[in-house]
Design a protein around this ligand. Structure first.
Ligand SMILES: *Cc1c(COP(=O)(O)O)cnc(C)c1O
Length: 428
Protein backbone atom coordinates (compact mmCIF):
# COMPACT_ATOMS: atom_id res chain seq x y z
CA UNK A 1 0.00 0.00 0.00
CA UNK A 2 1.30 3.42 -0.97
CA UNK A 3 0.32 6.77 0.53
CA UNK A 4 -0.33 9.81 -1.65
CA UNK A 5 -0.45 13.50 -0.82
CA UNK A 6 -3.86 15.19 -1.09
CA UNK A 7 -2.08 17.88 -3.15
CA UNK A 8 -0.65 15.38 -5.63
CA UNK A 9 2.80 17.02 -5.85
CA UNK A 10 4.76 14.67 -3.57
CA UNK A 11 6.21 11.24 -4.39
CA UNK A 12 4.21 8.28 -3.03
CA UNK A 13 5.36 7.16 0.42
CA UNK A 14 5.31 3.85 2.25
CA UNK A 15 3.31 3.55 5.47
CA UNK A 16 6.44 4.03 7.60
CA UNK A 17 7.61 7.01 5.56
CA UNK A 18 4.20 8.68 5.83
CA UNK A 19 4.20 8.15 9.61
CA UNK A 20 7.69 9.55 10.13
CA UNK A 21 7.11 12.55 7.85
CA UNK A 22 3.72 13.57 9.31
CA UNK A 23 3.02 16.17 6.62
CA UNK A 24 3.79 15.42 2.92
CA UNK A 25 6.63 17.50 1.42
CA UNK A 26 4.16 19.44 -0.81
CA UNK A 27 2.25 20.57 2.28
CA UNK A 28 -0.57 18.07 1.68
CA UNK A 29 -1.84 15.28 3.90
CA UNK A 30 -1.09 11.63 3.27
CA UNK A 31 -4.01 9.37 2.34
CA UNK A 32 -4.01 5.67 1.37
CA UNK A 33 -3.74 5.22 -2.40
CA UNK A 34 -6.75 2.87 -2.30
CA UNK A 35 -9.06 1.30 0.25
CA UNK A 36 -9.55 -2.43 0.74
CA UNK A 37 -13.13 -3.56 0.35
CA UNK A 38 -14.32 -5.70 3.23
CA UNK A 39 -17.30 -8.00 3.51
CA UNK A 40 -18.61 -7.30 7.03
CA UNK A 41 -20.14 -10.78 7.22
CA UNK A 42 -16.60 -12.23 7.18
CA UNK A 43 -15.88 -10.69 10.61
CA UNK A 44 -16.99 -11.82 14.04
CA UNK A 45 -17.94 -8.49 15.65
CA UNK A 46 -17.62 -10.09 19.10
CA UNK A 47 -13.93 -10.95 18.55
CA UNK A 48 -11.32 -9.10 20.67
CA UNK A 49 -10.58 -5.54 19.48
CA UNK A 50 -6.86 -6.11 18.78
CA UNK A 51 -7.73 -9.08 16.55
CA UNK A 52 -10.30 -7.14 14.52
CA UNK A 53 -8.00 -4.11 14.37
CA UNK A 54 -5.16 -6.15 13.01
CA UNK A 55 -7.39 -7.74 10.35
CA UNK A 56 -8.67 -4.33 9.23
CA UNK A 57 -5.24 -2.65 9.25
CA UNK A 58 -3.25 -5.42 7.53
CA UNK A 59 -3.89 -4.13 3.95
CA UNK A 60 -2.67 -0.66 5.00
CA UNK A 61 0.77 -1.94 6.04
CA UNK A 62 1.13 -4.35 3.12
CA UNK A 63 4.76 -4.36 1.96
CA UNK A 64 5.93 -2.13 4.82
CA UNK A 65 8.67 -2.99 7.36
CA UNK A 66 5.96 -2.78 10.04
CA UNK A 67 3.67 -5.19 8.18
CA UNK A 68 4.85 -8.27 10.07
CA UNK A 69 4.39 -6.55 13.40
CA UNK A 70 0.88 -5.21 12.98
CA UNK A 71 -0.84 -7.73 15.23
CA UNK A 72 1.71 -7.18 18.04
CA UNK A 73 1.28 -3.41 17.66
CA UNK A 74 -2.52 -3.72 17.85
CA UNK A 75 -2.28 -5.92 20.97
CA UNK A 76 -0.14 -3.34 22.77
CA UNK A 77 -1.97 -0.24 21.53
CA UNK A 78 -5.62 -1.30 21.92
CA UNK A 79 -5.55 -2.79 25.40
CA UNK A 80 -8.63 -0.97 26.73
CA UNK A 81 -12.36 -1.44 26.01
CA UNK A 82 -14.66 0.59 23.73
CA UNK A 83 -18.18 -0.27 24.91
CA UNK A 84 -21.20 0.37 22.69
CA UNK A 85 -23.74 1.28 25.36
CA UNK A 86 -27.48 1.17 24.53
CA UNK A 87 -29.10 4.55 25.16
CA UNK A 88 -32.55 4.06 23.63
CA UNK A 89 -34.22 1.40 21.49
CA UNK A 90 -32.63 2.85 18.36
CA UNK A 91 -29.53 4.63 19.68
CA UNK A 92 -26.25 3.54 21.27
CA UNK A 93 -23.27 5.46 22.61
CA UNK A 94 -19.78 4.47 21.51
CA UNK A 95 -17.62 5.25 24.55
CA UNK A 96 -14.14 6.06 23.30
CA UNK A 97 -12.88 7.41 26.63
CA UNK A 98 -11.64 4.28 28.43
CA UNK A 99 -7.97 4.77 27.50
CA UNK A 100 -5.21 6.18 29.74
CA UNK A 101 -6.11 9.87 29.24
CA UNK A 102 -9.92 9.41 29.01
CA UNK A 103 -10.41 10.75 25.45
CA UNK A 104 -10.65 9.09 22.03
CA UNK A 105 -7.21 10.40 21.08
CA UNK A 106 -5.65 7.53 23.05
CA UNK A 107 -6.50 5.15 20.15
CA UNK A 108 -4.51 7.07 17.54
CA UNK A 109 -1.73 8.22 19.86
CA UNK A 110 -1.01 4.76 21.25
CA UNK A 111 -0.99 3.16 17.80
CA UNK A 112 1.37 5.83 16.49
CA UNK A 113 3.71 5.58 19.50
CA UNK A 114 4.02 1.80 19.18
CA UNK A 115 4.71 2.13 15.44
CA UNK A 116 7.35 4.81 16.10
CA UNK A 117 9.05 2.73 18.78
CA UNK A 118 9.42 -0.27 16.47
CA UNK A 119 10.58 1.77 13.50
CA UNK A 120 13.23 3.55 15.55
CA UNK A 121 14.49 0.40 17.20
CA UNK A 122 15.33 -0.82 13.67
CA UNK A 123 17.13 2.42 12.83
CA UNK A 124 18.86 2.92 16.18
CA UNK A 125 17.85 6.60 16.14
CA UNK A 126 15.97 8.97 18.43
CA UNK A 127 12.92 10.69 16.94
CA UNK A 128 11.86 14.09 18.28
CA UNK A 129 8.07 14.45 18.33
CA UNK A 130 6.58 17.90 18.84
CA UNK A 131 2.93 18.48 19.59
CA UNK A 132 1.13 21.77 20.00
CA UNK A 133 -2.05 21.19 21.94
CA UNK A 134 -5.05 22.93 23.37
CA UNK A 135 -5.87 19.93 25.53
CA UNK A 136 -6.47 16.28 24.79
CA UNK A 137 -4.00 15.58 21.98
CA UNK A 138 -0.94 16.52 24.01
CA UNK A 139 -2.01 14.39 26.96
CA UNK A 140 -2.70 11.34 24.78
CA UNK A 141 0.63 11.65 22.93
CA UNK A 142 2.61 12.25 26.14
CA UNK A 143 1.02 9.23 27.86
CA UNK A 144 1.49 7.04 24.78
CA UNK A 145 5.18 7.96 24.29
CA UNK A 146 6.30 8.14 27.93
CA UNK A 147 9.25 5.76 28.51
CA UNK A 148 9.13 4.45 24.88
CA UNK A 149 12.58 3.79 23.47
CA UNK A 150 13.81 6.01 20.66
CA UNK A 151 11.25 8.80 21.10
CA UNK A 152 11.51 12.14 22.89
CA UNK A 153 8.48 14.40 23.07
CA UNK A 154 7.92 18.13 23.50
CA UNK A 155 4.35 19.12 24.40
CA UNK A 156 3.49 22.82 24.01
CA UNK A 157 0.30 24.27 25.45
CA UNK A 158 -0.93 27.83 26.02
CA UNK A 159 -0.22 28.88 29.62
CA UNK A 160 -3.55 29.31 31.41
CA UNK A 161 -5.43 28.17 28.29
CA UNK A 162 -6.42 24.62 29.28
CA UNK A 163 -8.71 23.18 31.96
CA UNK A 164 -6.99 22.32 35.30
CA UNK A 165 -7.30 18.56 34.85
CA UNK A 166 -6.13 18.84 31.25
CA UNK A 167 -3.05 20.76 32.47
CA UNK A 168 -2.31 18.07 35.05
CA UNK A 169 -2.40 15.44 32.29
CA UNK A 170 -0.04 17.52 30.14
CA UNK A 171 2.56 18.05 32.85
CA UNK A 172 2.69 14.82 34.88
CA UNK A 173 5.58 13.34 32.85
CA UNK A 174 9.36 13.14 33.07
CA UNK A 175 12.33 11.45 31.36
CA UNK A 176 11.64 11.47 27.58
CA UNK A 177 8.56 13.76 27.76
CA UNK A 178 8.94 17.53 28.37
CA UNK A 179 6.02 19.91 28.85
CA UNK A 180 6.08 23.60 27.96
CA UNK A 181 3.62 26.22 29.18
CA UNK A 182 3.93 28.82 26.44
CA UNK A 183 3.27 32.49 27.23
CA UNK A 184 0.81 32.93 24.37
CA UNK A 185 -2.19 31.23 22.77
CA UNK A 186 -2.60 27.98 20.83
CA UNK A 187 -1.58 29.64 17.55
CA UNK A 188 1.69 30.76 19.19
CA UNK A 189 2.36 27.14 20.23
CA UNK A 190 1.78 26.00 16.65
CA UNK A 191 4.10 28.72 15.37
CA UNK A 192 6.94 27.46 17.59
CA UNK A 193 6.42 23.92 16.26
CA UNK A 194 6.30 25.13 12.63
CA UNK A 195 9.51 27.11 13.23
CA UNK A 196 11.25 23.93 14.44
CA UNK A 197 10.20 22.15 11.23
CA UNK A 198 11.13 24.87 8.77
CA UNK A 199 14.47 26.11 10.14
CA UNK A 200 16.44 22.91 9.35
CA UNK A 201 19.47 21.65 11.27
CA UNK A 202 17.42 20.72 14.34
CA UNK A 203 17.33 18.42 16.18
CA UNK A 204 21.09 17.79 16.37
CA UNK A 205 20.53 14.07 15.69
CA UNK A 206 17.63 11.92 14.50
CA UNK A 207 14.42 12.99 12.79
CA UNK A 208 11.59 15.34 13.66
CA UNK A 209 7.90 14.45 13.46
CA UNK A 210 4.53 15.70 14.55
CA UNK A 211 1.83 13.78 16.32
CA UNK A 212 -1.02 16.11 15.40
CA UNK A 213 -3.95 14.61 13.53
CA UNK A 214 -2.35 15.42 10.20
CA UNK A 215 -0.44 12.15 10.82
CA UNK A 216 -2.12 9.30 8.92
CA UNK A 217 -0.94 6.93 11.67
CA UNK A 218 -3.45 8.53 14.02
CA UNK A 219 -6.37 8.30 11.60
CA UNK A 220 -6.26 4.66 10.51
CA UNK A 221 -6.97 3.31 14.04
CA UNK A 222 -9.98 5.63 14.14
CA UNK A 223 -11.42 3.90 11.06
CA UNK A 224 -11.04 0.63 12.99
CA UNK A 225 -13.39 1.55 15.83
CA UNK A 226 -16.07 2.75 13.41
CA UNK A 227 -15.82 -0.53 11.52
CA UNK A 228 -16.15 -2.58 14.71
CA UNK A 229 -18.91 -0.45 16.27
CA UNK A 230 -21.05 -0.47 13.12
CA UNK A 231 -20.83 -4.27 12.86
CA UNK A 232 -21.74 -4.65 16.53
CA UNK A 233 -24.72 -2.34 16.10
CA UNK A 234 -25.99 -4.33 13.12
CA UNK A 235 -25.55 -7.59 15.05
CA UNK A 236 -27.65 -6.21 17.92
CA UNK A 237 -30.33 -4.28 16.02
CA UNK A 238 -30.45 -5.75 12.52
CA UNK A 239 -30.33 -2.18 11.17
CA UNK A 240 -27.57 -0.05 9.68
CA UNK A 241 -26.67 2.91 11.91
CA UNK A 242 -25.60 6.45 11.19
CA UNK A 243 -22.82 7.86 13.36
CA UNK A 244 -22.73 11.29 15.02
CA UNK A 245 -19.22 12.59 15.63
CA UNK A 246 -18.28 15.63 17.76
CA UNK A 247 -15.88 17.32 15.32
CA UNK A 248 -13.15 19.94 15.44
CA UNK A 249 -10.17 19.22 13.22
CA UNK A 250 -12.35 16.47 11.61
CA UNK A 251 -9.78 13.68 12.13
CA UNK A 252 -12.22 11.51 14.04
CA UNK A 253 -14.89 11.92 11.34
CA UNK A 254 -12.37 11.02 8.60
CA UNK A 255 -12.04 7.64 10.36
CA UNK A 256 -15.81 7.15 9.94
CA UNK A 257 -15.74 8.10 6.24
CA UNK A 258 -12.84 5.72 5.60
CA UNK A 259 -14.64 2.88 7.41
CA UNK A 260 -17.75 3.47 5.28
CA UNK A 261 -15.58 3.51 2.13
CA UNK A 262 -14.18 0.09 3.11
CA UNK A 263 -17.69 -1.37 3.19
CA UNK A 264 -18.54 -1.25 6.89
CA UNK A 265 -22.25 -0.72 7.56
CA UNK A 266 -22.47 3.04 8.19
CA UNK A 267 -25.56 4.75 6.76
CA UNK A 268 -24.67 8.39 7.33
CA UNK A 269 -21.99 10.49 9.04
CA UNK A 270 -23.17 13.51 11.02
CA UNK A 271 -20.53 15.98 12.18
CA UNK A 272 -21.53 18.00 15.23
CA UNK A 273 -19.74 21.33 15.45
CA UNK A 274 -19.54 23.93 18.21
CA UNK A 275 -19.77 27.68 17.52
CA UNK A 276 -16.74 27.37 15.24
CA UNK A 277 -19.20 26.64 12.45
CA UNK A 278 -16.96 26.46 9.39
CA UNK A 279 -18.07 22.88 8.52
CA UNK A 280 -21.85 23.46 8.90
CA UNK A 281 -21.41 26.61 6.79
CA UNK A 282 -19.80 24.56 4.02
CA UNK A 283 -22.76 22.15 4.05
CA UNK A 284 -25.17 25.08 3.77
CA UNK A 285 -23.40 27.31 1.30
CA UNK A 286 -20.83 25.18 -0.51
CA UNK A 287 -18.11 27.73 0.09
CA UNK A 288 -15.10 26.86 2.23
CA UNK A 289 -14.40 29.76 4.53
CA UNK A 290 -11.83 29.08 7.29
CA UNK A 291 -11.62 31.72 10.00
CA UNK A 292 -9.91 32.32 13.37
CA UNK A 293 -11.20 30.00 16.09
CA UNK A 294 -13.17 31.20 19.08
CA UNK A 295 -13.20 29.62 22.55
CA UNK A 296 -16.23 27.47 23.50
CA UNK A 297 -17.15 24.98 26.24
CA UNK A 298 -16.10 22.13 23.92
CA UNK A 299 -12.53 23.41 23.72
CA UNK A 300 -11.03 20.39 21.91
CA UNK A 301 -13.31 21.32 18.99
CA UNK A 302 -12.25 24.99 18.83
CA UNK A 303 -10.85 24.83 15.31
CA UNK A 304 -11.48 27.53 12.71
CA UNK A 305 -9.56 25.90 9.87
CA UNK A 306 -10.02 22.11 10.18
CA UNK A 307 -7.06 20.62 8.33
CA UNK A 308 -8.59 17.16 7.80
CA UNK A 309 -11.34 18.57 5.55
CA UNK A 310 -8.64 18.39 2.89
CA UNK A 311 -8.80 14.59 3.22
CA UNK A 312 -12.60 14.62 2.81
CA UNK A 313 -12.43 16.89 -0.25
CA UNK A 314 -9.89 14.42 -1.65
CA UNK A 315 -12.15 11.44 -0.92
CA UNK A 316 -15.20 13.19 -2.46
CA UNK A 317 -14.06 15.41 -5.33
CA UNK A 318 -17.79 16.01 -5.97
CA UNK A 319 -19.54 18.01 -3.27
CA UNK A 320 -22.81 16.23 -4.05
CA UNK A 321 -21.34 12.79 -3.22
CA UNK A 322 -20.20 14.02 0.17
CA UNK A 323 -23.52 15.64 1.03
CA UNK A 324 -25.39 12.44 0.15
CA UNK A 325 -23.46 10.64 2.86
CA UNK A 326 -23.14 13.24 5.57
CA UNK A 327 -24.37 16.38 7.29
CA UNK A 328 -23.28 18.89 9.91
CA UNK A 329 -24.88 21.06 12.58
CA UNK A 330 -23.72 23.88 14.84
CA UNK A 331 -24.39 23.44 18.57
CA UNK A 332 -23.84 26.62 20.58
CA UNK A 333 -22.61 26.90 24.19
CA UNK A 334 -26.11 27.53 25.57
CA UNK A 335 -27.34 24.31 23.95
CA UNK A 336 -24.29 22.38 25.24
CA UNK A 337 -25.15 23.58 28.76
CA UNK A 338 -28.82 22.60 28.39
CA UNK A 339 -27.95 19.18 26.98
CA UNK A 340 -25.55 18.40 29.85
CA UNK A 341 -28.00 19.69 32.47
CA UNK A 342 -30.86 17.57 31.02
CA UNK A 343 -28.68 14.49 30.49
CA UNK A 344 -29.41 12.73 33.77
CA UNK A 345 -33.20 13.12 33.58
CA UNK A 346 -33.52 12.51 29.87
CA UNK A 347 -30.96 9.76 29.35
CA UNK A 348 -29.60 8.80 32.76
CA UNK A 349 -26.16 9.93 31.57
CA UNK A 350 -23.56 12.62 32.24
CA UNK A 351 -21.98 14.00 29.07
CA UNK A 352 -18.72 15.87 28.48
CA UNK A 353 -19.22 19.17 26.58
CA UNK A 354 -17.97 17.61 23.31
CA UNK A 355 -20.19 14.55 23.54
CA UNK A 356 -23.11 16.87 24.36
CA UNK A 357 -22.93 18.36 20.84
CA UNK A 358 -23.52 14.91 19.33
CA UNK A 359 -26.28 14.09 21.81
CA UNK A 360 -28.10 17.31 20.83
CA UNK A 361 -27.69 16.41 17.15
CA UNK A 362 -29.34 13.04 17.89
CA UNK A 363 -32.20 14.73 19.72
CA UNK A 364 -32.91 16.78 16.57
CA UNK A 365 -33.02 13.76 14.26
CA UNK A 366 -36.23 11.92 13.42
CA UNK A 367 -34.71 8.95 11.59
CA UNK A 368 -33.95 5.99 13.88
CA UNK A 369 -30.70 4.05 14.40
CA UNK A 370 -27.72 6.11 15.46
CA UNK A 371 -24.38 5.65 17.17
CA UNK A 372 -23.54 8.74 19.24
CA UNK A 373 -19.78 9.03 19.69
CA UNK A 374 -18.63 9.95 23.22
CA UNK A 375 -15.17 11.49 22.80
CA UNK A 376 -14.14 12.22 26.40
CA UNK A 377 -15.05 11.25 29.96
CA UNK A 378 -17.07 14.00 31.70
CA UNK A 379 -14.74 13.89 34.73
CA UNK A 380 -12.07 15.54 32.55
CA UNK A 381 -14.29 18.62 32.39
CA UNK A 382 -15.54 18.64 35.98
CA UNK A 383 -15.33 22.44 36.26
CA UNK A 384 -17.93 22.79 33.45
CA UNK A 385 -20.06 19.70 34.06
CA UNK A 386 -20.46 19.56 37.86
CA UNK A 387 -22.13 22.98 38.32
CA UNK A 388 -24.61 22.08 35.54
CA UNK A 389 -25.68 18.76 37.00
CA UNK A 390 -25.35 19.78 40.65
CA UNK A 391 -23.36 16.76 41.70
CA UNK A 392 -19.84 15.32 41.52
CA UNK A 393 -18.73 13.24 38.54
CA UNK A 394 -16.93 10.08 39.71
CA UNK A 395 -13.37 9.99 38.37
CA UNK A 396 -12.38 6.79 36.51
CA UNK A 397 -9.42 4.87 38.01
CA UNK A 398 -6.97 5.65 35.18
CA UNK A 399 -7.59 9.35 35.57
CA UNK A 400 -7.22 9.13 39.38
CA UNK A 401 -3.75 7.72 38.81
CA UNK A 402 -2.70 10.54 36.46
CA UNK A 403 -4.16 13.22 38.73
CA UNK A 404 -2.00 11.94 41.60
CA UNK A 405 1.30 12.13 39.71
CA UNK A 406 3.81 14.93 40.42
CA UNK A 407 4.07 17.57 37.69
CA UNK A 408 6.99 19.20 35.93
CA UNK A 409 6.61 22.03 33.42
CA UNK A 410 8.88 24.65 31.86
CA UNK A 411 7.37 28.05 31.21
CA UNK A 412 8.74 29.65 28.03
CA UNK A 413 8.19 32.60 25.73
CA UNK A 414 6.62 31.66 22.40
CA UNK A 415 9.95 31.05 20.65
CA UNK A 416 11.96 28.13 19.31
CA UNK A 417 15.21 28.70 21.25
CA UNK A 418 14.04 28.15 24.85
CA UNK A 419 12.15 25.00 23.80
CA UNK A 420 15.15 23.55 21.95
CA UNK A 421 17.53 24.41 24.80
CA UNK A 422 15.38 22.59 27.34
CA UNK A 423 14.76 19.53 25.12
CA UNK A 424 18.41 19.15 24.11
CA UNK A 425 19.47 19.67 27.74
CA UNK A 426 16.90 17.21 29.07
CA UNK A 427 17.95 14.37 26.79
CA UNK A 428 21.66 15.16 27.13
C1 LIG B 1 -9.98 16.23 19.72
C2 LIG B 1 -11.33 16.10 20.28
C3 LIG B 1 -12.49 16.31 19.49
C4 LIG B 1 -12.41 16.71 18.05
O1 LIG B 1 -11.87 15.69 17.25
P1 LIG B 1 -11.33 16.01 15.79
O2 LIG B 1 -10.70 14.77 15.31
O3 LIG B 1 -10.34 17.13 15.94
O4 LIG B 1 -12.51 16.43 14.97
C5 LIG B 1 -13.73 16.12 20.08
N1 LIG B 1 -13.84 15.78 21.39
C6 LIG B 1 -12.76 15.59 22.17
C7 LIG B 1 -12.96 15.23 23.59
C8 LIG B 1 -11.47 15.74 21.66
O5 LIG B 1 -10.41 15.55 22.45
Amino acid sequence: MRYLSTRGQAPPASFSEALLAGLAPDGGLYVPESFPSFDPSSFDPAAPIPELASEILTPFVDGDPLGEQISAICRRAFDFPMPLVPLARDTSVLELFHGPTAAFKDFGARFLAHCFERLLAERGEVLTVLVATSGDTGAAVAAACHLREGIRVGVLFPKGGVAPRQEQQLTCWDRNVSSFAVRGNFDDCQRVVKDAFTRGGWPPSGGLSSANSINVGRLLPQAVYYGIASMRYVAEHGAIPGVIVPSGNVGNAVGAFWAKTMGFPIRHIAMASNENRVVPDWFESGSWDPRPSKPTLANAMDVGDPSNMERLFHLYPERRAMIENSSSMEVDDATIRKTIAAGIDRWGQVWCPHTATAVHFREQMEAPHWIVVATAHPAKFDSIVEPLIGRDVPVPPGLVELLARPTKVTEIDAAFEPMAAELDGASG
